[in-house]
Design a protein around this ligand. Structure first.
Ligand SMILES: *[C@@H]1O[C@H](CO)[C@@H](O)[C@H](O)[C@H]1NC(C)=O
Length: 882
């Protein structure tokens, strides 16, 4: 749930504002623009032009794995170290850091699943001003130009990507403060902390023998005010390390379409940012977010994809600090006619997109994912950051949430409602009010006096529960969780070394330092049944507010000069915090089962790699048609960034949906990987049966369709878990050469077999559906009518229908006996829907296991069957090994 819009706004006031309902929107003044963010302003202040950097080609060191070359800024004479790797599977890694930093700079740990295997590099060409390296067997070559420094990545004669071609490499090296203030000597503690830093960063410092100490006396351009201290609203950011930002540009010739870098409330295809703010990546609790703008939201994945009919390419910028991304294009603003004219006159430039990344601290560490197919790029990203964890089966069912189900009687009554109205439901959720005074891991003694009995009653109906466990911990010496965290020194610290405290739901709260592995181990141990009293194996977890949200902090989050494990500033690790919360929580659930059972944890904040720990959702949306509509591109963007298990609050979190919107939202939500209804405390109750017989029947229909398709969904999750492909897939991922699909984001594929176009317009009588694939056919899943592709098809709709088509040539498994929950359906028969291709063939598969343990992995206890239909015969066999 969202933070209050202002500081310390009492819940009652917040409620009053909501009840008025008029002109509610984000208070933009709470959040920085690029202009208000010192480093973004400085970075953006550098215009394209000649780079001051020169590559010292004679410094080349070609190791068995990496090539290392020094770069020198000819203005400041500060040397940088450029490191280059060719990675197996068509990836290139480029790292730029200071050759002799005054102090270590943060390098992101725990995101890469392993050190990626390398290719052997070779120098294949050299002249006075340039150097050519071959990067592996696929024929990728990197041309390094000495002066001004730039790099061009080629395959054969094709230029794929240029680096620093616009001269925007901007690396603020660490320096001594040299203004009139007395330079502050580091305290003994800080010195010690800095020493521990190498370890914390995974011993990543290996910059070679650093014989020379940094040139501290180097002449600097006059420093901008704000370089060593910055104030936003009432908050001052002391910047003990001064300016530390890094930035770099990438030019992508031949690309006009770019995607990714969630989370933004934005169309699937990203827009150019000229004349506005860059897209911002900085995990924030934004109250009532606005649509179609580049403001930061709850999570961040610094992965951008570029796609053309010829190839797909990814840029993964591994940096966890506040980051801004500028996108520009030489065809932006040109009309189709203008482009056509260029083409006919033969004079038009090649279309090109330029992308510029700017981060507040850390180093430049970037992976170019060279595809060439979209699925290859997803596989490359998955090889680096892991794939979607295979969820327990129940998590694919329907989830009923609200802030709040008030007490045990309320929970029982809601459960009974689902039973009586025959709406399947797997999970009931409890928000913050269930805990005793927002002390997580506890229960309100008067409202939830017998949690175990409540859970057992749900379990008897084969339903589960999720309770919220947020990372802000009530400062209360009588609260065991707080007392232990404090005594073990596990809280994030202020710059002065005391426990960092802020204001959040419980009042005064402190924040466990999830970047500390010991703290995470302790947190995980808290999920043991004897630690989290009243919990059982059917209780799972929701981590909200883990950006982290700090109502009293700058931009509703933590002060950047707060100090974490290893002495790192919050500035360095901000976007990682939420990932660590979910990681530690998931680990706790695994441990409580003795390593047997797969966890389920929902998280609001995320970073690259969060897919390994559970589900994510699009945060606090609003009961408006536009929010329903944008849930599709938002989840598509999450999926492109590896986060396959995505959903949006069905019905909208803020405000009250009318029956039509609610029904349409159920229909759309049932087709998204994570399917949960949720609502703000001040909204009217909206359990499905409160909208009359007709509407509950429509909602029942939507939920039942979800359950009938469970085997298909489960198998789709298995595919994603194995290969890293998104479950909700943009059309272009399956039809990469069809330019019509490139900007479509109101319809998508589930896995590769079902095409859906949810109804997101009020009063809709029909929708236009694009059926892709030259020579392919699609079958309407209700009428079974066959349609030839490609075509734009007008599909009339009623309140009970949303267009869904099965691709000719696929087999979709269903379970048609829908019951009250997923667990009830285990062991029920399957029905295969075989949709023939024009050639009379079809293929598909089915994955099954116990739905909850790791046995599929550790003991190979699963069933995976590949179905083939040909020559009027259906055969089932074991699929070929991956
Ligand atoms: C790498 O690129 C080559 C050439 O473009 C391609 O044939 C090959 O399939 C790619 N490999 C992977 C793992 O994507």
């Amino acid at each position: 749930m969202a933070a209050a819009p202002g500081r310390r706004l009492p819940a009652a006031l917040l409620c009053a504002a909501l009840c008025l309902g008029a002109a509610l929107a984000v208070d933009r003044s709470n959040f920085k623009t690029c202009e208000q963010s010192g480093f973004c302003r400085r970075q953006r202040g550098l215009s394209p032009g000649q780079s001051p950097y020169r590559a010292l080609l004679e410094s080349l060191q070609l190791g068995p794995d990496a090539a290392r070359i020094q770069l020198i800024n000819e203005a400041t004479k500060v040397p940088l170290l450029l490191e280059l790797w060719g990675l197996q599977g068509n990836m290139t890694r480029i790292r730029i850091k200071e050759l002799n930093p005054l102090r270590p700079r943060f390098e992101v740990p725990d995101v890469l699943v392993a050190e990626p295997p390398v290719e052997r590099l070779a120098v294949t060409g050299r002249d006075e001003g340039s150097l050519e390296l071959s990067l592996g067997p696929a024929g990728h070559r990197l041309l390094v130009t000495e002066k001004p420094f730039r790099m061009d990545l080629l395959q054969g004669r094709e230029l794929l990507c240029s680096v620093n071609a616009r001269g925007l490499l901007f690396f603020e090296h660490l320096r001594q403060r040299r203004d009139s203030d007395t330079p502050r000597e580091p305290t003994a503690e800080e010195g010690a902390a800095a020493e521990g830093q190498d370890e914390a960063a995974g011993g990543a410092e290996e910059a070679g023998d650093q014989s020379e100490k940094p040139t501290e006396t180097t002449a600097e351009a006059a420093e901008e005010p704000g370089s060593w201290e910055e104030t936003f609203k009432t908050h001052t950011d002391t910047k003990p390390n001064g300016p530390t930002s890094v930035g770099l540009d990438f030019s992508l010739p031949g690309f006009e379409h770019v995607y990714g870098i969630p989370e933004h409330a934005e169309s699937l295809r990203l827009r150019t940012t000229e004349g506005g703010d860059p897209y911002r990546l900085y995990n924030l609790d934004v109250f009532q977010y606005e649509l179609y703008n580049p403001m930061a939201l709850y999570g961040s994945v610094p992965l951008l994809l570029a796609h053309s009919a010829r190839r797909t390419l990814g840029i993964f910028w591994l940096n966890a600090a506040e980051t801004w991304v500028d996108i520009s294009s030489n065809t932006a603003g040109k009309t189709l006619f203008g482009k056509l004219l260029d083409y006919m006159q033969g004079g038009g430039e090649t279309p090109q997109t330029d992308v510029r990344w700017m981060s507040e601290s850390g180093i430049i560490d970037v992976f170019l994912l060279l595809g060439p197919a979209p699925a290859a790029v997803m596989g490359q990203y998955a090889a680096l950051t892991g794939t979607q964890a295979l969820p327990p089966l129940f998590a694919l069912g329907y989830h009923q949430s609200r802030w709040n189900y008030n007490d045990e009687e309320d929970v029982a009554a809601v459960e009974k409602g689902f039973e009586e109205h025959a709406v399947p439901c797997d999970v009931l959720w409890l928000d913050i009010e269930h805990a005793d005074g927002k002390r997580y891991f506890t229960w309100d003694p008067s409202k939830f006096p017998r949690p175990r009995a409540m859970l057992e009653q749900l379990a008897a109906k084969k339903r589960k529960m999720v309770s919220i466990v947020d990372p802000h911990i009530k400062v209360d010496s009588g609260y065991r969780v707080h007392a232990e965290l404090r005594s073990r020194g596990f809280y994030v610290k202020t710059k002065d070394g005391s426990d960092y405290e802020g204001w959040c739901w419980p009042g005064s709260a402190a924040y466990p330092d999830f970047t500390n592995p010991e703290m995470r181990a302790w947190w995980a141990s808290m999920f043991a049944y004897d630690q989290y009293e009243g919990s059982t194996e059917t209780l799972f977890t929701w981590n909200d507010m883990n950006e982290p949200s700090v109502f009293s902090g700058p931009e509703v989050t933590m002060h950047k000069d707060a100090v974490h494990y290893g002495g790192w500033e919050h500035r360095d690790v901000h976007n990682l915090y939420g990932l660590y919360v979910q990681m530690a929580t998931a680990e706790g659930q695994i441990q409580r089962s003795g390593g047997q059972h797969r966890p389920f944890v929902l998280s609001r904040a995320f970073f690259a790699g969060s897919q390994r720990y559970g589900a994510v959702w699009t945060g606090d949306n609003t009961a408006e048609w536009e929010h329903l509509k944008i849930s599709i591109p938002m989840c598509l963007s999450f999926g492109l960034a590896g986060l396959a298990f995505c959903g949006a609050d069905v019905g909208g979190f803020f405000k009250n949906p009318d029956a039509e919107l609610l029904v349409r939202w159920y229909q759309a939500g049932a087709l998204q990987p994570f399917f949960r209804a949720h609502a703000h405390m001040d909204t009217a109750r909206r359990e499905p049966w409160l909208f009359g017989e007709d509407n509950v029947a429509l909602i029942r229909g939507a939920v039942r369709l979800r359950y009938a398709l469970l085997p298909f969904w489960y198998t789709a999750f298995y595919h994603s878990h194995r290969h890293g492909l998104p479950i909700m897939r943009p059309l272009w991922m399956e039809y990469p050469e069809d330019t019509t699909t490139f900007a479509i984001d109101d319809q998508y594929l589930i896995d590769r077999a079902l095409l859906v176009h949810p109804v997101t317009e009020q009063g809709a009588r029909g929708v236009q559906v694009y059926l892709p694939g030259k020579g392919e056919v699609w079958y309407d899943t209700v009428s079974y009518q066959k349609h030839h592709a490609p075509q734009m098809l007008y599909v009339p709709v009623t309140m009970s229908s949303g267009p869904m088509f099965q691709r000719g040539g696929t087999v979709v498994p269903r379970q048609e006996r829908v019951r009250r929950s997923t667990e009830c359906m285990q062991g029920d028969p399957f029905t295969l829907y075989v949709a023939l291709s024009p050639q009379g063939t079809a293929e598909g598969d089915l994955f099954l296991d116990d739905g909850k343990s790791f046995d599929y992995e550790t003991k190979a206890r699963f069933l995976h069957r590949q179905f083939t239909f040909a020559g009027n015969t259906l055969t089932a066999r074991y699929p070929p090994p991956p």
